[in-house]
Design a protein around this ligand. Structure first.
Ligand SMILES: C[S@@+](CC[C@H](N)C(=O)[O-])C[C@H]1O[C@@H](n2cnc3c(N)ncnc32)[C@H](O)[C@@H]1O
Length: 289
């Protein structure tokens, strides 16, 4: 039997209802052209649960005691997690060689730096940031209070992050020197150095929840790469507006290299630094969420 024959058919109405549930819970927008994505990713889930069709699945997903767990499970299936350490190195070079020295100097009196990796999936991004800070500060590290928070909507992804064990695939963009310095092979996986692990904390957070974001206070740098691409314009505005309020006036925002803040009307300016880019907050206007 072919894979196609194994796929459960999803009607237009079922797609609309599922899309609505996903949008309401996460802000992720699936346009009609992406119906096949939901169909192909969820079909396997229906077989696992022995659920005959999408109507039954939607009921299972939206009522009863398992809705939250199932939403998490569904979410893991429908988002592509192509993570790796040192993803998009030119941007990380900008962080390490320009943004970090500037902020370390600006915070030299308080010796405190706060970095949020929003939608960090399985942790490669916040751990990469921790390694960059570790190698930059070196022996000065104990003098600083460095806070790195990784958040994601997927608890499963965060549990993987907290285990600190990664397959070869996650290491594919990791420079050899970093691999030697910060990882040890443990059976077939790579175990992250304990010091780096201890520099990062993780928490479940839905980017839709802009109030919960306020609880975390003000950040010096926010990374939110390769997630806005899933959101429609309303959600992008909402999330970017929240980042604007939660960033220090001299803070920086890093978004994915194929993402843009253009047309959102949120006052950020692009800080173009050779081969990489990030955004600086413009403070002459105020934003409302
Ligand atoms: C492609 S990964 C990006 C991971 C990392 N930022 C990077 O660039 O390597 C996208 C992540 O966004 C998370 N995500 C999607 N919608 C979210 C939401 N509303 N709130 C928080 N995280 C979300 C997914 O769970 C997934 O882990």
């Amino acid at each position: 039997m072919t894979a196609l024959a194994n796929t459960h058919a999803m009607t237009a109405e079922q797609f609309r209802r599922l899309g609505e549930i996903i949008y309401q819970r996460s802000g992720i927008h699936f346009p009609e052209t992406k119906k096949y994505v939901l169909e192909s990713r969820l079909s396997h889930r229906l077989r696992e649960l022995d659920i005959p069709d999408y109507d039954t699945y939607i009921t299972f997903l939206s009522t009863g005691p398992y809705q939250n767990d199932e939403f998490q499970e569904m979410f893991n299936r429908i988002t592509i997690n192509e993570m790796s350490f040192f993803r998009n190195e030119p941007q990380l070079d900008v962080f390490e060689s320009t943004v970090l020295p500037e902020l370390l100097e600006a915070r030299a009196d308080i010796k405190r730096l706060r970095i949020w990796s929003a939608a960090c999936s399985t942790g490669e991004e916040p751990f990469t940031i921790a390694m960059l800070i570790h190698r930059t500060l070196g022996v000065r590290l104990p003098d600083w209070h460095i806070e790195i928070l990784g958040t994601d909507i997927s608890e499963k992804a965060l549990n993987t992050a907290m285990a600190g064990l990664y397959p070869d695939y996650a290491m594919r963009t990791t420079p050899e020197l970093i691999r030697h310095r910060y990882f040890k092979k443990q059976d077939r996986l790579w175990k992250l150095d304990d010091t780096i692990e201890s520099m990062v904390s993780f928490e479940c957070h839905n980017l839709r929840d802009t109030l919960a974001a306020k609880r975390h206070g003000i950040w010096d740098v926010i990374f939110c790469r390769n997630v806005m691409t899933y959101f429609d314009i309303d959600m992008r505005k909402r999330v970017t507006g929240m980042f604007h309020s939660q960033l220090a006036d001299d803070g920086y925002l890093f978004i994915g290299h194929s993402e843009t803040l253009r047309d959102l009307g949120i006052p950020f300016e692009s800080a173009l630094i050779p081969e990489g880019f990030c955004h600086r907050k413009l403070i002459r206007k105020t934003t409302s969420l």
